[in-house]
Design a binder for this molecule. Structure first.
Ligand code: HEC
Length: 112
C-alpha cells in the first residue's frame, strides 16, 4: 500500500512538473503565430527604426517587458518605450503568464 501511494505521489509530482515547466516548443509556436510578423521569424528584424532585434535578449527581461506592455505599465526602467506601445499592448493582450514565459525563453534562445 505504501508503495502504491508513493508511486501515485511520484506520478502526480511529475505531472505537475511537466505542466509548469517552460516549453521551448510551445514558445516557438506562439512566437511564430504572435510575434514573427513584426519581429521577424528569427527575431532578427525590427518593426521600427532605432530598435535592436530582440533575438538573444535575456529571457527574464523579455518576460518583464511583455508583462509591462500587457498591463500598460510605464513606470519600469525595462519598459523601453519607442512611442508605439499600443501595438505591443495589443500583441500581448491574450497571452497567459505561462505563454509569456515560454515565448521569453524561446526568444532568448535565438542567436543575436
Ligand atoms: C504588430 C507588430 C508587433 C507584434 C505582433 C509584436 N510586436 Fe513587439 N514590438 C512592436 C513594436 C512597434 C515595438 C516598439 C513598441 C514601443 O514603442 O515601445 C515592439 C517592442 C517589443 C519589445 C521591446 C524591445 C525593445 O528593445 O524595446 C519586445 C521585447 C517585443 N516587442 C517582443 C514581442 C513579442 C515576444 C511579441 C509576440 C508576443 C511581439 N513583440 C509582437 C511590434 C510588434
Amino acid at each position: 500500500m505504501k508503495r502504491i501511494i508513493f508511486g501515485l505521489l511520484l506520478v502526480s509530482v511529475s505531472l505537475i512538473a511537466s505542466e509548469n515547466s517552460i516549453s521551448l516548443e510551445k514558445g516557438a509556436a506562439l512566437y511564430i503565430k504572435k510575434c514573427a510578423i513584426c519581429h521577424g521569424e528569427n527575431a532578427d528584424k525590427t518593426p521600427i527604426k532605432n530598435m535592436k532585434p530582440i533575438a538573444g535578449m535575456e529571457a527574464e527581461k523579455v518576460g518583464r517587458i511583455l508583462v509591462n506592455y500587457q498591463n500598460d505599465i510605464t513606470e519600469d526602467d525595462l519598459r523601453i518605450s519607442h512611442g508605439y506601445n499600443e501595438i505591443m499592448v495589443g500583441a500581448t493582450l491574450y497571452l497567459s503568464r505561462k505563454d509569456i514565459d515560454n515565448i521569453a525563453m524561446y526568444v532568448s534562445s535565438l542567436k543575436k
